[in-house]
Ligand binder design. Structure first.
Ligand code: MLT
Length: 401
């Protein structure tokens, strides 16, 4: 006798792309100790620059304060202390999303996985292919089977086509895109917002990489676009903008008019439902982390973010120039830390992953790990140290491709 399993969980792949890569790399380093020392990791998008000192000082000061009788405080508000929510509202959204529509959390991965709590399981879910695997597999865990892939390939410039369906759906858009590094123009985003409002759909907008947008023609605040308040829920994080991958602070921002309807025909604001959900699911983000987040949003913190993202964008430029010289097809890397490259000589994504690891000791991410349309591509991340990125491109240039 045993407890019954959640059958939906057993439908997801037993492993996770970045774990598979980690295991392969571990095996490689064990078998090739000579090459291990020179390994260059441009696979997972993990920050390599240290935290800005002003942010670290803010965290330390809060801990010091908590070591005193007067300064000690226990539980935090599960939605995030109001100062941080207010700062996100002003600094990131120019006041266009109210502080009480912003919920601080420990990561966009968990937020994007958990948002599925709110919606009916028979709602169709549109995702791009290739896609960040979290959107797909967390929906499968909820028992959603109506997942519709929007193919993105060289023919459509890796840009998803707006569906013809008139059903109310959930639509995942990641912009700048992970993994392709492609960015949507304001006109393209506007078309998605119009479609969502026409069909009563909700756009789940992953903007984790928006601090990499440099082209002044591109939209950095989706809530500036007419109609976004009625259909957009945005996911954002300090991970890729302030080196918080190991610190963990993120948020969800709800458009004021985003609503769901129950079987009795009663409508509710998604923000209100999420507010209730958070009360039962979390005690929020620790006070020291919130102090660090607040500093990250200060003028000094935003300046350091700009310097860090500029640094990674310079790496991306080095990667792009390298592939241009090699005559290899790629996109991304101009307003994004990811470069999406066609594998040479018709190699499969994993063949190329192994080849690159063995011949150059460089780790990439095989495109097939992001879905069927990713086959024949690989992703390089610009989140390395500049000297390592230069060295990686030198090694790749030395291959006889
Ligand atoms: C990636 O490399 O795609 C991201 O780092 C994954 C993540 O942020 O969870």
């Amino acid at each position: 006798m045993a407890v019954g399993a959640n059958e939906n969980i057993s439908k997801i792949p037993p492993s996770y792309l970045f774990r598979d890569i980690g295991n392969k790399v571990l095996e490689f380093t064990k078998n090739n100790p000579d090459k291990a020392a020179n390994l260059i990791r441009l696979g997972i998008g993990d920050a390599t620059l240290p935290l800005a000192s002003c942010i670290v000082e803010a965290g330390k000061a809060l801990l010091d304060e908590m070591s005193t009788e007067e300064g000690f405080a226990g539980y935090v508000d599960e939605a995030g202390i109001s100062d941080v929510r207010q700062a996100v509202s002003e600094t990131i959204y120019n006041g266009k999303v109210a502080a009480d529509h912003i919920f601080i959390s420990t990561g966009s991965k968990e937020d994007s996985g958990s948002i599925g709590d709110v919606f009916s399981t028979d709602t169709p879910v549109y995702v791009t292919d290739p896609v960040y695997p979290v959107y797909v597999n967390t929906n499968i865990m909820y028992g959603r089977s109506n997942i519709r892939l929007m193919e993105c390939n060289a023919e459509n410039n890796f840009m998803p086509a707006i569906p013809e369906s008139t059903e109310s759906s959930l639509i995942w858009l990641c912009n700048p895109n992970n993994p392709t590094g492609q960015t949507m123009t304001t006109a393209e985003l506007t078309a998605w917002i119009d479609y969502a409002n026409k069909t009563g759909s909700i756009i789940l907008y992953d903007a984790a990489y928006k601090s990499y947008i440099r082209d002044p023609e591109l939209t950095t605040n989706i809530f500036d676009i007419d109609g976004a308040q009625d259909c957009v829920i945005e996911f954002q994080s300090f991970s890729k903008s302030h080196s918080f991958t190991g610190v963990r602070v993120a948020w969800v921002a709800f458009g004021d008019g985003v609503k769901i309807i129950n079987s009795k025909g009663e409508e509710s604001k998604v923000r209100d439902i999420w507010n209730g959900r958070q009360a039962y699911r979390t005690n929020g983000v620790s006070r020291p982390l919130q102090a660090m987040a607040l500093k990250a949003l200060s003028e000094e913190g935003m300046k350091s973010s700009r310097e860090q993202t500029d640094y990674y964008l310079e790496n991306a430029k080095i990667i792009r120039e390298g592939f241009t010289k090699l005559g290899m097809d790629y996109i991304g890397g101009d307003n994004s830390p990811y470069i999406w490259v066609k594998t040479p000589k018709g190699m499969s994504s994993w063949e190329w992953f192994d080849y690159l690891l063995e011949n150059c000791a460089v780790v990439c991410t095989p495109g097939a790990g992001f879905g069927g349309c990713g086959e024949g591509y690989f992703r390089l991340s610009a989140f390395g140290k500049k000297e390592n990125v230069i060295e990686a491109m030198n090694r790749i240039s030395g291959l006889s491709l």
